[in-house]
Design a protein around this ligand. Structure first.
Ligand SMILES: NC(=O)c1ccc[n+]([C@@H]2O[C@H](COP(=O)([O-])OP(=O)(O)OC[C@H]3O[C@@H](n4cnc5c(N)ncnc54)[C@H](OP(=O)(O)O)[C@@H]3O)[C@@H](O)[C@H]2O)c1
Length: 334
């Protein structure tokens, strides 16, 4: 249709009074427009195959990737946004996969890892080694101004929280609650008040806005602390309490130019499985709420960069964490 249009438009200029030279002129210009269009289509299809294009679907290549999921949604072209991200829990099973994906992502400029123990050396070597900044942090209940000023001045625009563990892995329920609820809330409070307020929608599309805090929650998280649950009550209520606390922080966050500067998104994976394309793993994912760690990590990275894609959707259930392509690819595989 696009190819035919210039010719059709040109031909409408041609009538019985048009001289032979004029006909040639009209057809030539139509041919030129058509050729340019064909060339543009060709170059865009070729450039989409260049290796520089990020392989992850999380790359902000969509024309209008929604950069704000506050009540006042902001849309912007974000093709050139390079982002700096804070990551907590990078030494864990899920966090280490998220770190690996952040490091290789072409649109992630730098990853600041807040950790109580040093990272493996491999993260600092190779061509992408310069991307990782390790910050040893002993107490996740406190975020000193010196740390927050540094992160703010470096331009950190989002945080992925993969810190925590199973309730049973802590000595007491109180300790599990301290790590699972209090820690992320303290971190979110610090990010909302000290980092997010430094961002502004007017700097878009060069900079991200709002600051996004992506929380790794869990399947079945229950925000109602009075509800009777028959299965995994402590861990589901722990995750629910953390989610509620985090959403309240986002609701209360400062407005910058009429938009909340801080947004929380919660991912609720079921069982997190090792990376695998084995049929058994695919069958398991298809029947039990579960997701492989690489799919979950991809979802976390995409979400910190682009949000959920829906201003009202703050919780991504297990099936959302599996990614849009899961069903399509795996119905063929299964
Ligand atoms: N694995 C699953 O199947 C699954 C399913 C759903 C949800 N989740 C959630 O995903 C999150 C990460 O799970 P995971 O399987 O990756 O856990 P993991 O392998 O045990 O890793 C936990 C991470 O949190 C850090 N951490 C734990 N307690 C800490 C403390 N008191 N102070 C400082 N850092 C602490 C660990 O740091 P160190 O290395 O220093 O200990 C590590 O980086 C958890 O919140 C979990 O509830 C997991």
């Amino acid at each position: 249709m696009g190819v035919q249009l210039p010719i059709a438009r040109s031909l409408t200029c041609i009538n019985d009074h048009t001289s032979g030279d004029e006909v040639v002129h009209h057809l030539n210009s139509a041919f030129l427009v058509e050729s340019v269009q064909v060339w543009l289509r060709y170059t865009s299809s070729v450039s989409s195959q260049l290796p520089i294009r990020p392989t992850s679907p999380s790359s902000p290549t969509s024309l209008f990737s929604d950069s704000s999921h506050n009540h006042n949604s902001i849309r912007t072209t974000s093709t050139t946004v390079i982002m700096k991200v804070l990551l907590c829990g990078a030494t864990g099973f899920i966090g280490s996969e998220i770190l690996e994906q952040l490091v290789v992502h072409n649109y992630i400029d730098r990853v600041y890892v807040l950790t109580r123990q040093p990272l493996a050396k491999k993260y600092f070597s190779g061509p992408k080694g310069h991307k990782v900044t390790e910050i040893i942090h002993a107490n996740f209940e406190e975020y000193p101004d010196s740390l927050l000023h540094r992160l703010r001045d470096e331009g950190v625009e989002g945080c992925i929280w993969a810190l925590g563990g199973k309730v049973e892995s802590y000595k007491t329920l109180e300790e599990a609650q301290r790590v699972g609820i209090h820690y992320p809330m303290q971190a979110a409070e610090a990010c909302a008040s000290k980092l997010a307020t430094a961002l502004t929608p007017s700097a878009m599309p060069k900079k991200k806005f709002p600051f996004r805090f992506v929380f790794i929650s869990a399947w079945g998280a229950e925000q109602d602390q009075f509800r009777t649950l028959w299965m995994w009550s402590d861990s589901r209520k722990l995750k629910g309490a953390a989610e509620k606390g985090l959403f309240d922080i986002a609701e209360a966050s400062e407005e910058v130019m009429g938009h909340r500067c801080f947004e929380v998104l919660s991912l609720r994976p079921g069982g997190v499985l090792k990376k695998s394309e084995a049929i058994g793993t695919l069958l398991w994912e298809a029947t039990v709420p579960s997701v492989t760690v690489d799919r979950l990590a991809r979802c976390a990275v995409k979400t910190v960069m682009e949000g959920s894609g829906d201003a009202k959707k703050k919780i991504l259930e297990n099936k959302d964490c599996m990614g849009d392509d899961w069903a399509m690819v795996n119905t063929l595989t299964l």
